[in-house]
Design a binder for this molecule. Structure first.
Ligand SMILES: Nc1ncnc2c1ncn2[C@@H]1O[C@H](COP(=O)(O)OP(=O)(O)O)[C@@H](O)[C@H]1O
Ligand SMILES: [Mg+2]
Length: 185
């Protein structure tokens, strides 16, 4: 995959498939260009045995095809920059996937469209309690569906096309400011 946002979408979709009602996506960048991406859910989790081989491309609970590539490719993307991937999971409690990337490394993919990714996730699972937070030395981009629902009230579904557009605009402005601030350093 050419963009980190596509990896994040893919890994977050595992959380949705695992029946999560809450999802936290956190990106933290330090002044030296190290990026830590944490994707945490309260879904069904994995057994220790399954967890031990989950980054193997042939490990999947899919029934439509025999290979599950999402986490294997994510691991590869992190390691290609000199970073790493770790997965914590407990059955019936949830899963936390943490990956580190050196954004100054030549092989580090661009961030991609994070705002669109978050908007897409919310549109696809409007009932999900999603917290998104991206911090970097230049500032912060943040969105919570809980706050959004408080403002919008119960009558409007987060799956509405207008809400999708609003989320995308709101976050892409914040993301642009963050990236701009990084480049000015
Ligand atoms: N957050 C998660 N919670 C529970 N199970 C997960 C989670 N992420 C991955 N898994 C399990 O690991 C398997 C492999 O995931 P992945 O590498 O993304 O491939 P795929 O999604 O194509 O199966 C999934 O099929 C699922 O059984
Ligand atoms: Mg997957």
């Amino acid at each position: 995959m050419k963009e980190l946002s596509l990896h994040i979408l893919d890994v977050a979709q595992n959380s949705v498939s695992a029946g999560a009602s809450r999802l936290d996506i956190t990106l933290r960048e330090d002044a030296r260009g190290w990026l830590t991406v944490t994707i945490a859910d309260n879904g069904r989790g994995m057994s220790p045995d399954f967890l031990a081989r989950v980054t193997d491309p042939f490990t999947t609970t899919r029934t439509t095809r025999k290979v599950g590539m999402g986490l294997a490719l994510y691991l590869l993307a992190a390691e290609q920059t000199g970073g790493r991937l770790s997965i914590d999971s407990a059955q019936g409690q949830g899963t936390t996937v943490t990956a580190t990337f050196d954004r100054n490394h030549l092989d580090c993919p661009p961030l991609g469209d994070l705002a669109g990714t978050v908007a897409l996730l919310i549109q696809g699972s409007p009932e999900l309690e999603l917290h998104y937070c991206h911090t970097a030395p230049g500032g912060e981009a943040e969105l919570s569906t809980v706050e959004l629902k408080e403002v919008l009230g119960d009558d409007i579904s987060l799956a509405e096309p207008e809400i999708f557009a609003w989320i995308q605009n709101y976050l892409s402005e914040q993301e642009a400011q963050l990236e701009g601030a990084v480049q000015e350093r």
